[in-house]
Structure formats: structure tokens, C-alpha cells
Design a protein around this ligand. Structure first.
Ligand code: DOR
Ligand code: ZN
Length: 347
């Protein structure tokens, strides 16, 4: 197969940042994607419906002329979040989900949740009104090894929460382990998982072999190869509980290439090429559309996009820029370590 037309994709987990960075990166998403769930971990975070409304307007103002793109806004859950504000946000159509960052789990998460009991009134309201909870699924307990933090989170936080609130719809975001995939597969209802582009393509060797490579560092950190293979099997399976959330997370190079580098990989620009490569390797190009364009909207109760994009396979590798320049600084683009031949020919 050398050409593939699919419904226009959506990205169910995206960091757009703000200000100059937002202006520098948004076009890489709006070129191919119709909608994206926008992460609220700004500084300060997007905690109220009013914050989300203002951020949405800044995003729309930063769009390249002529691009149509719908930012799906989220709220950053804190122990002070008001159930009434969350309900009003959903009722107005502005808020698509609420995001749980365990405090200290990742970039700008210090204002996140320390004691889940304190957030129970909001979570109960969300279960009642059918508003999904997006979860960064890692414990932050210092004794737990960083490679085990997702698996321990499932056992000690996620499963007890889902038993306590079976009506709460939970998206386990950026699943990185076989344990996560198995947990979603075994669940009967109200649980789905997003998978990033980079976790389908790299394992932890990319970060550590031959020197420390900060541009492959993200959270949850990439795991062993057998986890990557489990993620790939889930992504290409067509199972409606798995869909794309790129977690494309731009940081300027000086903040990645230093003594304590930030977590995050920038993939918006080459994600569709990477995914076509992965799905072709897995003999599953016919299921790419489910992963990028059908399963996500079905889970979030939205219609799939009517527009189509066409991917074509060329004879020579596509040259993506190694870095993009923004007014906030230079951002390194994800290098998948293999040549890519598929590209979005019309969108
Ligand atoms: O790698 C990551 N980067 N993981 C996250 O959870 C946050 C993100 C960011 O905001 O940079
Ligand atoms: Zn993220």
C-alpha cells in the first residue's frame, strides 16, 4: 500500500504551553489534527473554568491563519477544586475532562493532588455528571523505583479509586507498561488508555545507551522492550479502548540539555509519519484510522471528524527538521531512529 486516506486525526493528550512557545508549536498540530485535549499544566496551572476559557482564547488567537482547530480544554485538579465550577464548565461545553497529576509526578505538577480523599467531592460530582478524569498514572513515593511507578499506581491508587467510584470514567494517559495495557484490557467498563507516538517507537535504551540522551527523556519514562511491544500490540489491535495521545511536550533545548533536564518529547510535527511507519511494520495500516481518528472521539462522546487526510509513502526518507525555532527558543524534534517514508500529502 502506498496511499492511505483516513478521517482527520485528533490528539487526545497535548501540551501547547503558552505565549511564544504556544505560537511556535501550535501550527505543527493544527496542520494535521482537528482537535486535541489540551493539558492544563501551565505556570500557574489552569485550575478554574475561567482560566480554561482565557487559555482557549489564547490558543485560538495563536492559530495560523486559515487553520481550523478545536482545543478541548481540561482543568488541573487540585485539593481545592470546586465541584460546582467543574460542573458549570462541563455544562457550558468548555471542559472536556479534568486532569489528575499526583503532586510531584512530572513537569509543573507540584500543585497537583497529594491526598486523593480531599478531591473526592469533585470526583464524585464528575462520576455523577459523566465528566472523564484523565490520569497521570504514576506514584511519587520516593521508595518506588521510577520504572515501577506506573504499575504501583494501578494497584495502589487507580484500582481502589475505580472500585470506590465505578461510575467515574477514567482515561489512563500515556500508558507505558504491559501492566497498564493488561489492566485496561481486563477492565469491563469506564476505562480507556491513550498511547504516545514515542512510546511505540523507543524503549529505555534510547535514553541511556552510549550516553545520556535527554531528548528521549519523558514521563512516564520509556520502559523495557517487552512493554513497548505490548503497547504496539494494543495500539494496532483496533480495540476501541486505545487511542492516540501524543503527549507532545516542547521544552527549549537548554532546559533539556542540562544537569537536571525537563521531561518531554516534541512529536507533533512528525507523529503521523511515525504512526504510519509503526502500523505498516505491524501490518495494520487498515487500523491506523481507528487509533488516530475513531476510538478517541467515541470514548469522549464526540463524533469523528468528517474531513479526510491522505498519507502517501515515498521512495526516499522524509526530511523533518531536527529542531524548530520558536520565539521562546529552539526545540528539538523527536528522532525516531529509523527513516520515515510516509507523510501527510493532503490535509
Ligand atoms: O514527559 C512529560 N512532559 N510528561 C509529562 O507528564 C509532562 C510533560 C510536560 O509538561 O513537559
Ligand atoms: Zn503530558
Amino acid at each position: 500500500m502506498r496511499a492511505l486516506t483516513i478521517r482527520r486525526p485528533d490528539d487526545w493528550h497535548l501540551h501547547l504551553r503558552d505565549g511564544d512557545m504556544l505560537k511556535g508549536v501550535i501550527g505543527d498540530t493544527s496542520r494535521h489534527f482537528a482537535r486535541a485535549i489540551i493539558m492544563p499544566n501551565l505556570v500557574p496551572p489552569v485550575v478554574t473554568t475561567a482560566d480554561a476559557q482565557a487559555y482557549r482564547e489564547r490558543i485560538l488567537a495563536a492559530l495560523p491563519k486559515g487553520d481550523r482547530f478545536e482545543p478541548l480544554m481540561t482543568l488541573y485538579l487540585t485539593e481545592q477544586t470546586s465541584p460546582d465550577d467543574v460542573e458549570a464548565g462541563k455544562a457550558s461545553g468548555l471542559i472536556t475532562a479534568v486532569k489528575l497529576y499526583p503532586a510531584g509526578a512530572t513537569t509543573n505538577s507540584h500543585g497537583g493532588v497529594r491526598d486523593l480523599d480531599k478531591a473526592m467531592p469533585v470526583l464524585e460530582r464528575m462520576a455523577k455528571i459523566g465528566l472523564p478524569l484523565c490520569v497521570h498514572g504514576e506514584v511519587t513515593t520516593p521508595e518506588v523505583d521510577i520504572f515501577d511507578r506506573e504499575a504501583v499506581f494501578i494497584d495502589t491508587v487507580l484500582d481502589p479509586l475505580r472500585r470506590r467510584l465505578p461510575d467515574l470514567k477514567v482515561t489512563m494517559e500515556h500508558v507505558t507498561t504491559k501492566e497498564g495495557i493488561d489492566y485496561i484490557r481486563e477492565s469491563q467498563h469506564n476505562l480507556a488508555g491513550s498511547i504516545t507516538t514515542h512510546h511505540l517507537m523507543i524503549n529505555r535504551n534510547a535514553i541511556l545507551v552510549g550516553g545520556i540522551r535527554p531528548h528521549y527523556y519523558c514521563l512516564p519514562v520509556a520502559k523495557r522492550e517487552h512493554h513497548r511491544l505490548a503497547l504496539r500490540a494494543a495500539a494496532v489491535s483496533g480495540d476501541a479502548r486505545f487511542f492516540l495521545g501524543t503527549d507532545s511536550a516542547p521544552h527549549i533545548d537548554p532546559l533539556k540539555e542540562c544537569g537536571c533536564g525537563c521531561a518531554g518529547i516534541y512529536t507533533s510535527i512528525n507523529t503521523m509519519s511515525c504512526l504510519a511507519h509503526v502500523f505498516e511494520e505491524e501490518n495494520a495500516l487498515d487500523r491506523l484510522e481507528a487509533f488516530t481518528s475513531l476510538n478517541g472521539p467515541a470514548w469522549y462522546g464526540l463524533l469523528p471528524n468528517e474531513e479526510r487526510i491522505t498519507l502517501t509513502k515515498g521512495d526516499s526518507p522524509i526530511k523533518f527538521p531536527a529542531k524548530i525555532e520558536t520565539d521562546a527558543g529552539i526545540v528539538t524534534v523527536f528522532d525516531p531512529l529509523v527513516p520515515l517514508y510516509w507523510h501527510v500529502a493532503s490535509s
